[in-house]
Design a protein around this ligand. Structure first.
Ligand SMILES: [Fe+2]
Ligand SMILES: [Fe+2]
Length: 264
C-alpha cells in the first residue's frame, strides 16, 4: 500500500476502524512512490461517540490530588486516550501535508503513527478493564487547535514532537507515580510504556530539529520560533522536569537548560 493511501484512510476515516488501520505489510511494506498533492489542514472527521463535545459539555482534567478516586483516574486515562487519537490523526495529516519531505522523515513519522495507534488501544483496554468505553466521556480538540499554525515540517516537528510529546516526558512519569500511589499498578505500568516510547518520539523530533536548524540560531531559538503562537515553549514541560529523559531523547544541555528556565 502507498503511504499516501494509508495516511489518507487514517486521516479521512471517521470511525476507529479506519483510524486504527494498520499498514497491511507493516511500515516497511509501505511504498512512497506517489506522495500526492499537499493537503491543507482541516479537522479530521469523527462520528458517533468520537465527536468533539461542545465546550459547555466538556469536563475538566482532574487535579493531581484527586487521583486517589477511580472516577478521576478514568477521566485522566480517557483524556490521555483522546490525546493519542488526536496525535495519530495529526500524524496522518502531516504525511499528507508534506509530500516533499525526506523519505526517511516520512517513514519515521509512519512508525510513530503506528505507535500512537497502539497507545490509543492500550488506553482503551485499560478503560475497558475499569468499565468504560472510549467516547463515554466528552472529548476535546486540544491538539487540533495547533493545526492551522503548522505550515512546514519544521513547524510540525516543533509543535507535535517537541511540544506535545516532549511534555509527556514529564506528564507520563508524574501521572504514573500518582496512579501507583493510588494502588492502580496497571495504569502505572501503562504510563511507563508510554514514557519509554515517547523518548523515541521526541528523539525523532530532536533529530529533525537539528537537520532543519536555522543558520545562526540555537536549537532552542529555532524551536521557540516554530512551535506556534498558540503553543509556546512552556507547553513542552510538565510539573516535574525530567532532564535525563530529554538527554536520552537527543536534546542537548543548552536546549534543556533554556527550556527549564523558560517562562511565558
Ligand atoms: Fe503516544
Ligand atoms: Fe508519542
Amino acid at each position: 500500500m502507498e503511504l499516501y493511501e494509508w495516511a489518507g484512510r487514517v486521516f479521512g476515516g471517521d470511525c476507529l476502524e479506519e483510524k486504527l488501520l494498520a499498514p497491511p505489510e507493516g511500515v516497511k511494506g509501505l511504498t512512497d512512490l506517489r506522495p500526492g498533492p499537499a493537503v491543507a489542514w482541516r479537522r479530521p472527521p469523527r462520528s458517533g461517540s468520537l465527536v468533539v463535545a461542545p465546550k459547555e459539555q466538556r469536563i475538566k482534567f482532574p487535579r493531581p490530588n484527586s487521583l486517589g478516586r477511580e472516577e478521576m483516574r478514568v477521566r485522566s486515562l480517557h483524556a490521555f486516550a483522546n490525546h493519542e487519537l488526536m496525535a495519530l490523526e495529526m500524524m496522518a495529516w502531516a504525511l499528507l501535508a508534506f509530500p516533499q519531505a525526506d523519505s526517511s522523515f516520512r517513514q519515521g513519522l509512519a512508525q510513530v503513527l503506528v505507535d500512537e495507534q497502539r497507545h490509543f488501544q492500550l488506553y482503551c483496554q485499560r478503560l475497558q478493564a475499569l468499565g468504560v468505553q472510549f467516547g463515554d466521556l466528552p472529548v476535546n480538540d486540544h491538539f487540533w487547535r495547533a493545526g492551522p499554525d503548522i505550515g512546514n515540517p519544521l513547524d510540525w516537528v516543533c509543535t507535535m514532537h517537541l511540544t506535545f510529546e516532549q511534555s509527556n516526558l514529564d506528564h507520563a512519569p508524574f501521572y504514573g507515580r500518582l496512579f501507583r500511589q493510588a494502588g492502580d499498578e496497571a495504569s502505572a505500568r501503562l504510563m511507563q510504556t508510554i514514557f519509554e516510547d515517547e523518548i523515541h518520539h521526541v528523539r525523532f523530533g530532536s533529530a529533525w530539529l537539528k537537520r532543519y536548524q536555522a543558520e545562526g540560531k540555537s536549537l532552542f531559538e529555532t524551536f521557540s520560533e516554530h512551535c506556534g503562537e498558540n503553543n509556546p515553549p512552556a507547553r513542552a514541560k510538565g510539573f516535574e522536569f525530567q532532564e535525563e529523559a530529554r538527554r536520552a531523547a537527543g536534546l542537548d544541555d543548552e536546549f534543556i537548560q533554556a527550556l527549564r528556565d523558560y517562562r511565558d
